[in-house]
Design a protein. Sequence first.
Length: 426
Amino acid sequence: MPDPHSIVVKGGRVVDASGEREADVVVVDGRIAAVGADLSADRTLDAAGCFVAPGLVDLHSHLREPGKEEAETVETGARGAALGGYTAILAMPNTTPAIDCEAVVRQVLDLGRAAPCDVLTSGAITVGRAGEQLAPMAEMAALGVRVFTDDGAGVQDNLLMRRAMEYAVGLGVILAQHCEDDALCGGGHMHEGEWSARLGIPGQPAEAEELMVMRDIALARLTGCRIHFQHLSTARSVAMVRDALAAGLPVTAEATPHHLTLTDAACASYDPVFKVNPPLRTPADVEAVRAGLADGTIATIATDHAPHAPETKELPFDLAPPGMLGLETALALALTELDLSVQQVLAALSWNPARILGIDDVHGAVAEGRPANLCVIDPEHTWTVSGAAMASRSTNTPYEGREVRGKVRHTVLHGEPVVVAGEAQR
Ligand code: DOR
């Protein structure tokens, strides 16, 4: 007799780091009870023609709460994440106020408790992300914060960054860096190159990113601190991280869907939907970021999901805020646009980021006894991207109208189906 509360994900192809096989997956009491042939349960989720994968994990989500709830909330961001196949996301700290102390960490974690995916939060490295004084990282780490970043900005001061790294080593946490030298960016609004010159939009050079990547590799060598490079976007950044890994330094890196699929030529429309930090780069940079992902230099695709309310993205290019939606399109873009196997795509979107974040005991595998955090993907389902159709409170997707292949059919969070047949259940 099937357990009355059991669920079977039936007829799919299970894929995780251990390989691929045709199998049904039975879930009981929040855990995977069995993986095998011809299994049954009280409730069936149809996975015919689908991949049954571990839930996706995003290391870079801007959820805007507290402070900019008109653009996104923890709840709407998490719902979009669940629809996109994610079972865990890491909130960025550039909220208002910043997530830079115990009270705000608690607030975000509390808001995340009812969300349809696990919401973890990063903490700021510096008070108010102002880059002047170290934030109380220990009190945030005591609440489970494992990643610290001033994302939205890089830590500019070399000595302060060294001190942050020494502090992080003692706490056993990771620092994640948004690599941009503010002075060298000089108020630029897009990549500095042929297109910025043609369009008359002030640019920021690739070197503004690369200098900070270079500095942080040097400081990782000096301090032994684990450093994660966020949204790498230039060919030389990728090359430096490749060399650092070869030298055995404790570095990891992510790339965003947009830096893997769009170039600075998109800014020719003057549409601020293409404004982002770091900016869209040249075709040669896109190729290098793709190559870095393919050879493992870049371990993960992270969304940098950055909702902005429509009235702000309707401002002129130089006045509009940077950022793009990502959680509901990352998987489909990776499957459609990148020349990678499903296994490689899921490594980048699921088990590699789960490992970096240290949650690979809860997310990132389909195996008996593990928590049931799953995403069922129909690889043949084609659909058209529409910002208005998304769960996000904002609509700023740069892929509006694009046809993509690969859609999440079901998402299961700790045993509960939170997306069924493409529909959010809560
Ligand atoms: O384009 C971006 N938008 N880059 C960032 O680093 C921050 C983000 C945001 O918060 O909107």
